[in-house]
Design a protein around this ligand. Structure first.
Ligand SMILES: Cc1cc2nc3c(=O)[nH]c(=O)nc-3n(C[C@H](O)[C@H](O)[C@H](O)COP(=O)(O)OP(=O)(O)OC[C@H]3O[C@@H](n4cnc5c(N)ncnc54)[C@H](O)[C@@H]3O)c2cc1C
Length: 385
């Protein structure tokens, strides 16, 4: 159908917008939904797109499994080694002590994106009122109306056309793939340096090909981006040390500005904001997409319940009340995840001696106080329920 009036209008065909559409349709296949997607129709045109490794929690895997959108190419994390460069304090979290199959998974952004597009196409076959509209800057949209507007336009820090609450950490992330000599399979390393966290994460390419996320000042990150491969590897080796042997190769270096930008109100009348359109986080705790998927899932539960009711029950007041209820039920998880991420981004980059000392103690405490470790790991794996 190409009716121009929809119950739900989702703006943004990134992972969060796609997932929201898929869950709404899975729960209520008759839903009148339009999805405005700025990405190309053909998957082949996305093949060279964003290849950065994203850490997805076990909770996100369970959610994506419900729509068969778990990407084939992924790497499991069985243990995480946390340390700080040149200082005391380290912690090792293992899947055994947390009684989990995996502490998390690393998947490329584009593989998550493609898996969700595929899942939505499968679900689309069972629907009759869904319009997946690919658009560009010239597409006329004024005739497409939605009773409820879901903003899933996402975006990266500093590239968004809104700035509300938050913080500029004055950091950039340099991401890429590195090859090393001798990595422990399924292990992730997070090392806090004076400039920001440096993470080396497993990839599906094999134990010695790892995803790098190196946070530093915008200036030094830019310089690192421009170094020759040999000089880059030398400087990475100096920062990371030799615990996984020599760094042998690097490819696909890219830079991202980092900061926190979040909306205090995520629901206003008939509009609602989810994923990066609601909150854009520092990647230090690997939480942005995980939180966005939880947003999408919960919203789909509320919206499908509302729009499967009779016409009279879908009044503007009912829509507003449903979105308010959604915002209220996301409060605890959002506040905890934004707060934890902001805390980690600030505490782990400070060079003030008392902070350095406290952070060493915190890492040691994490190592020796299992309940603290379990609580942190649970928040990171499942969010606040
Ligand atoms: C370096 C880095 C590392 C990260 N690592 C992790 C990690 O380990 N774990 C984790 O959970 N998260 C991580 N994140 C965060 C994660 O990438 C985001 O949270 C996630 O991409 C948000 O998804 P989204 O769909 O909300 O937004 P996006 O991925 O930005 O997608 C939004 C989509 O909407 C489209 N769009 C924009 N405007 C419009 C419009 N007006 N109309 C229609 N469409 C529009 C865009 O083209 C895009 O396709 C990381 C981020 C960075 C920068």
């Amino acid at each position: 159908m190409h009716n121009d009036s929809y119950d739900i209008l989702i703006q943004g065909g990134g992972p969060v917008g796609l997932a929201c559409a898929a869950w709404c349709l899975q729960k209520f296949p008759e839903a009148k939904i339009a999805l405005l997607d700025r990405n190309p129709v053909d998957d082949a045109d996305l093949a060279a797109a964003d290849s950065r490794g994203i850490a997805l929690s076990h909770g996100s895997k369970l959610l994506l499994d419900t729509i068969q959108a778990w990407p084939q190419d992924h790497a499991e994390i069985h243990q995480v080694h946390v340390s700080q460069a040149g200082r005391f304090g380290r912690a090792l979290m293992t899947r055994e002590e947390l009684k989990q199959e995996a502490l998390g998974h690393i998947v490329r952004y584009r593989d998550i994106h493609l898996a969700l597009r595929k899942a939505l196409r499968v679900i689309q076959i069972q629907t009759s009122n869904f319009n997946w509209q690919h658009i560009d800057d010239n597409t006329a949209l004024s005739h497409i109306q939605g009773k409820c507007i879901v903003h899933a336009e996402g975006g990266l820090f500093k590239a968004q056309d809104w700035v509300e609450s938050g913080r500029d950490y004055e950091q950039s992330a340099l991401v890429g793939l590195v090859e090393v000599e001798n990595a422990t399979p399924h292990q992730a390393w997070e090392r806090f340096t004076s400039e920001g966290p440096l993470a080396v994460l497993p990839s599906h390419y094999g134990p010695n090909i790892l995803n790098l996320v190196w946070c530093g000042s915008p200036e030094s990150s830019q310089e690192r981006l421009q170094l020759s491969d040999a000089d880059f590897l030398k400087s990475l080796q100096a920062k990371f040390g030799t615990r996984i042997g020599q760094f042998l190769k690097v490819q696909d270096r890219r830079l991202y500005a980092l900061g926190l930008n979040y909306r205090k109100e995520i629901a206003l009348k008939n509009e609602v904001w989810i994923g990066n359109a609601a909150q854009t986080l520092h990647p230090v705790a690997g939480q942005g997409l995980n939180l966005g998927l939880r947003d999408a899932y919960l919203l789909s539960e509320k919206l499908s319940a509302l729009f499967s009711r009779s016409e009279e029950e879908k009044s503007p007041a009912a829509i507003e009340a449903t979105l308010k209820d959604y915002a209220q039920s996301r409060k605890a998880d959002r506040t905890a995840t934004i707060g934890l991420t902001d805390f980690m981004a600030r505490i782990f980059t400070s060079n003030l001696l008392p902070v350095v000392f406290a952070r060493g103690l915190a890492l040691s405490a994490l190592q020796w106080l299992p309940p603290a470790k379990t609580a942190l790991a649970r928040q990171m794996m499942f969010g606040r329920r």
